[in-house]
Design a protein around this ligand. Sequence first.
Ligand SMILES: N=c1c2ncn([C@@H]3O[C@H](COP(=O)(O)OP(=O)(O)OP(=O)(O)O)[C@@H](O)[C@H]3O)c2ncn1[C@@H]1O[C@H](COP(=O)(O)O)[C@@H](O)[C@H]1O
Length: 129
Amino acid sequence: MSTDAPRHPTEDALARLAAVIESRLPARGGDPDKSYVARLLHRGPDAFLKKIGEEATEVVMAAKDADHGGERTKIVNEVADLWFHTMVALAHYGFSPRDVVAELERREGTSGIEEKALRKAQDREASND
Ligand SMILES: N=c1c2ncn([C@@H]3O[C@H](COP(=O)(O)OP(=O)(O)OP(=O)(O)O)[C@@H](O)[C@H]3O)c2ncn1[C@@H]1O[C@H](COP(=O)(O)O)[C@@H](O)[C@H]1O
C-alpha cells in the first residue's frame, strides 16, 4: 500500500477517509457494533461487494432520472456512496485511493482508442505465436 503524502485537497479528503476505513479493519480492532465500516468488513467480501453492485446501479438510475428532469445532485450522492463502498473494498484487499490515483496517472495522456488498438495488436501477435 502506498504511503505517499497527499498532493491535492481531493486526495487529502480521500486519504483521510481511507485512514478511517483502515482503522475499522478487523485486524485493527474495528467494532461492528459501533461502526458501519467495521460491520461491513466483519461480514466479509460478499457484503461490501453486493453494496458496490447496488450503489453502481443507483448511480445509473440517478443519471437516467436526471436525463428525464429529475434532481441532478442525486448523481453526486450516489457516486459518493459508490466511491465510499469501493474504498471499503480497497482497504480489505490492502490498497488505498493513492494506488488508484497512481494507476490513473499511469494512463494519463494515453487515449482509450490508442490503448485498445495496441491491446488488439498484442492479442493478434500472441495468437500467431
Ligand atoms: N462516507 C461514509 C458513508 N457513505 C455512506 N455510508 C453508509 O452506507 C450506507 C449506505 O447504504 P444505503 O444507502 O443502501 O442504506 P441502507 O439501506 O441503510 O444500507 P444497508 O442496510 O443495505 O447496509 C448507509 O448506512 C450510510 O450511512 C457511509 N458510512 C460511513 N462513511 C464514512 O465512514 C466513516 C466511518 O464510519 P463508521 O465506520 O460508521 O464510523 C464516517 O465518518 C464517514 O466519513
